[in-house]
Ligand binder design. Sequence first.
Ligand code: 7RM
Length: 645
Amino acid sequence: MEELKDIEALLVEERTFTPPEEFVERANITDPGIYEEARRDPERFWANFAQELEWFRPWKKVLEWNPPYAKWFVGGKLNISYNCLDRHVKGPRKNKAAIIWEGEPGDTRTLTYFELYREVNKFANVLKKLGVKKGDRVAIYLPMIPELPIAMLACARIGAPHSVVFSAFSSKALQERTEDSKAKLLITADGYYRGGKVEQLKERADEAAAACPSIEKVVVVKRIGREVPMQKGRDFWWDELMRDAPAYCEPEQMDSEDMLYILYTSGTTGKPKGVVHTTGGYLVGVYATMKWIFDIKEEDTFWCTADIGWVTGHSYIVYGPLAVGTTSLIYESVPNYPQPDRFWEIVEKYSVNIFYTAPTAIRAFTRDGEEWPNKHDLSSLRLLGSVGEPINPEAWMWYHRVIGKERCPIVDTWWQTETGMILISPLPGITRTKPGSATFPFPGVEAEIVDKDGRPVPPGRGGYLAIMRPWPAMLRTIYGDPARYEKYWNQVPGIYFTGDGAKKDEDGYFWIVGRIDDVINVSGHRLSTMEVESALVEHPAVVEAAAVGKSHPLKGQALTAFVILAPGYEESPALVQELRNKVAEVIGPIAKPDEIIFVPDLPKTRSGKIMRRILKDLAERRELGDTTTLRDPAIVDEIRKKMGY
Ligand code: 7RM
């Protein structure tokens, strides 16, 4: 409970910002009465959104709740690709831009709804021809190119759950996820651009495919046009397959509860969890939040800067934006290539109206200086969003002033891979915001700050962030591991424990502090310290390792690893490099520890449990908490001296 004390100590921000009048005048939702209305009848509230979508067969029951298992829109039949494409192609959005894409070198592609519809239909036929059937899993290891959403929507069209693996993850990470999902097809590319360099994606994909017997075929997109190894009979070029694919593929009539996708996310153990999302509830959840939180208007261009390899990209680059029929911008690469104003150049070039990014990016921009955004016309922007980690009030104020020119509301949106949709956020036409607070649960969502017994704690007190009733886009299980799913709900039966610590202030605003478990958040990327530890011990020089998160001014959190060396190994800068590279190889470069500290032993309790709280104090170089329960308290002093504080 020590972490919960820190939460209470958090400063309360006094500044508040009311939605600007000209924003409220046109906002999609402005009646605060909606919160009460949704509370009185949440099922009707969600059903109203569901009615705006197209169902092949209507649902019989909105919610069936047998804790911890929920079914939404029971008996309903629909197809999410039909709702994202066919529904729009039938009307005036037919030739509206669905996707505007910009590559790192500055090449661009625009796909109208009709063009995207045709590509998705064709690729759905390609999948069928390659033997993919309803229920088969498809692994997608693609960079941020239009073929990624095309592949996802094609899978959804034929009812084959996709498992997208972030393209910056290593081949081992891809392998581990593919072994778990037992995907039969893998879709990848010849490479992609990152900071002026070409990433050799195909080679990484090959390593994983060679180790995964479930993979029968591999489809390769030409992004770069470089020579890559192609295995005869197994590997096929995307463009060649597409050439003679029929232009129409009948959408599969999916049950509301049929699986849409698996997305792996870090938990507290070394093994990532395959979060399972289904069709009907997920679509309703992302559709509703798109409409009300991002206040989408017909003429808007919406840009979410996340990678589609993370849930933010699934819900708010692909499914949410296309469900509401907006124009979704996709950019291939990093914010600072070739210069720190790349994002602002893109906002100006395409006249972006709604911009959704992560605090880590905002903090980097504040460092680069105001001159970069100030070079560009940002007057098209009308709404800003933040996601992935707590936004510190200073970054919030900078975002508000320098990017939003004090006219754009900011929506700080709290959610998780597991929640599928935003659950806590301002409604930009209603909510008076406070910098650093995600404000209130979305209507129909019941969130609380509770103690370990699930009892709400008074305002100002730190506690666990919990969701008190099911919501439509919630995860349905962990793929192949229902026990791990049940854990979310086991602490107090029927209550979903998020793993985050938070508090409410006197006005009922939610302040989310971050994880209270061993999950950390590096630059908005969710990682498990256990995964990093198991990567380190794969190196022969390492006997034991413990990794903890420490606060970092740009990344939010960074990793410090404490390592016990095997006999015969000496510490050296070269070894530090080797260990960092090992982590990059096993997980990906984002997981490299900032700091590796070689120690003779780790602080352990008498029962041999590593005391992470003390390691965190050490990593932060602060006063150490109680060390009396340690088996060998002297070890801590030794480590501290070594760290020079
Ligand atoms: C969408 C996403 C989830 C974890 C979550 C939090 C943290 C996300 C916010 C936030 C404070 C926010 N999915 N988090 N958004 N913390 N304010 N607005 O990030 O599964 O990758 O991570 O991220 O700790 O539990 S995720």
